[in-house]
Design a protein around this ligand. Sequence first.
Ligand code: G4P
Length: 192
Amino acid sequence: MKKLKEKIVKEGKTIGETILKVDSFLNHQVDVELMQEIGKKFAEHFRDKNITKVVTIESSGIAPATMVAMQLKVPLLFLKKQKPNTLQDEFLQTTVYSFTKERFYELMVAKKYVEKEDRVLIIDDFLANGEAGLGAIRLMEEAGAKVVGVGIVIEKAFQPGRSKIEEKGYEVYSLARIKRIEEGHIEFVEEN
Ligand code: G4P
């Protein structure tokens, strides 16, 4: 997605050769117009998949996922990383390891928000090692729903996330794929 890539080049800050900070439009402040276009792009791609629910992970996945859900006119469900005191319902839980943050965390969802008939589209802001995405897939499948695809705003194609998710048989669709980060320069994967 041209506009997204231009925004990344203009406003992204690199940290070493692996981390891209995009706090000005995605991870802290949100560019809502860009998010809306991102939502349309995902909706266009997944429109014929009969999606009944968009699922993301708090917190940074919520902005793009909301826009997709709005376009597809389905509910947005976000997985929680902490069990709230108010979560009285029966819930499902899975442990995820973050290679970037070097720690384990939990992903949780109340069972009542996932139906066996649900066809789920998972949306996330970044794809790095794929552990968050795989955790979300595990939870949805455990709840009996069908995951029909994974949509990613920014994929770091030099990390193994895509292949780990594709190996399990799920489609990954990313709007910007970064091939490498070198001396502050961001190189994208060529699109055909
Ligand atoms: P994974 O998401 O592919 O499993 O990779 P990993 O566990 O390594 O990533 C952990 C967290 O770090 C995720 O956010 C992920 O989005 C974020 N992340 C990974 N690489 C980058 C990067 O280059 N730039 C930025 N900005 N974020 C990156 P999180 O902990 O879920 O945070 P949040 O959603 O609450 O903001």
